[in-house]
Design a protein around this ligand. Structure first.
Ligand code: SF4
Length: 283
């Protein structure tokens, strides 16, 4: 196949102005680039969780798996173990993966599973009409916290660095050229790649003006320097109105081959056994 139309004709029900459109457009462009470089689109698999983001499984014309809340990553892990030749990409939400699916995210990073995780981080549960998520700011007023949340948000960049992710980046849906580069680089990375994508929820958390005023590109530095990456990650705690950096925080391309879990070193029989053992461990 060449010149594939990567957007399906399924009716799109995202709200006008939703940041999900930008992520869909980015993926469409990245898949087209991959196809031009020789990747057969039939070897791309998109796995989603549950939430507004997850509808992208219906909207993109690649093999896709619409999983359950917080469980996109174990599904993607199983797919990658069963067939290491596939390019496996997870689209997940911030509530979906930082709350319901947090343990899967941490362990996929720890095991350095060779998949790419894109977090549609709008910092609110949009599909269920506006509850706070783990990255909502302190004081966020929503359906479940009308007086404002009393919890500080978590910093997913810091969490992923601590968990062992070998590619950690943050993008923004209003910086689409940069986002395309970050996603392409993440997919090309051998090992676990994680991109937190700041997007607005046009209906329940429309913070475009705030983001636009604060985002800047990370200055050039040695992204293999773990300490420096941690320092950069702490510049914004997902709460204060401080400058907000975008780009690659950390990338380790070598040095953990023993930690890369993609099944490529296993025979077909061993892969099957590993897959069943993994699935059994999740029950
Ligand atoms: Fe997008 Fe928010 Fe509408 Fe969901 S509720 S489609 S995240 S704007």
């Amino acid at each position: 196949m060449t010149g594939t139309n990567f957007v399906t004709s399924a009716q799109n029900t995202w709200c006008p102005g939703c940041g999900n459109f930008s992520i869909q457009h980015t993926l469409k462009n990245v898949f087209a680039d991959m196809e031009k470089s020789g990747t057969d689109p039939r070897n791309i698999v998109l796995v989603t969780g549950i939430g507004c983001h997850a509808k992208i499984a219906d909207y993109m014309n690649v093999n896709s798996f619409y999983s359950i809340h917080g469980r996109a990553i174990p599904v993607a892990t199983g797919i990658k173990l069963a067939n290491p030749d596939l390019t496996v990409i997870c689209c997940v939400g911030d509530g979906d993966t930082y709350a319901e699916g947090l343990d899967h995210l941490i362990f996929a990073a720890k095991r350095n599973i060779d998949i790419t995780v894109l977090v549609h981080d709008n910092r609110v549960y949009g599909l269920t009409v506006g509850q706070y998520t783990p990255t909502s700011p302190l004081g966020f007023r929503g359906k479940s916290t009308p007086e404002g949340t009393h919890e500080h948000p978590m910093n997913p960049i810091e969490l992923m660095l601590a968990s062992g992710a070998t590619y950690v980046a943050r993008g923004y849906t209003r910086k689409m050229d940069q986002l395309r580069t970050l996603v392409s680089r993440g997919i090309g990375h051998r090992g676990f790649s994680f991109i937190d994508i700041l997007q607005i929820c046009a209906t329940f958390f429309p913070v475009t003006d705030s983001y636009n005023a604060r985002v800047y590109d990370l200055p050039s530095y040695d992204t293999a320097d773990f300490s420096l990456a941690c320092e950069k990650a702490r510049e914004w705690d997902y709460n204060a109105d401080s400058p907000l950096s975008l780009g690659v925080f950390y990338e380790k391309t070598a040095g953990r081959p023993e930690g890369k879990v993609d099944g490529a070193h296993l025979s077909e029989k061993e892969r099957e056994q590993a897959l069943y053992a993994f699935l059994a461990s999740r029950q």
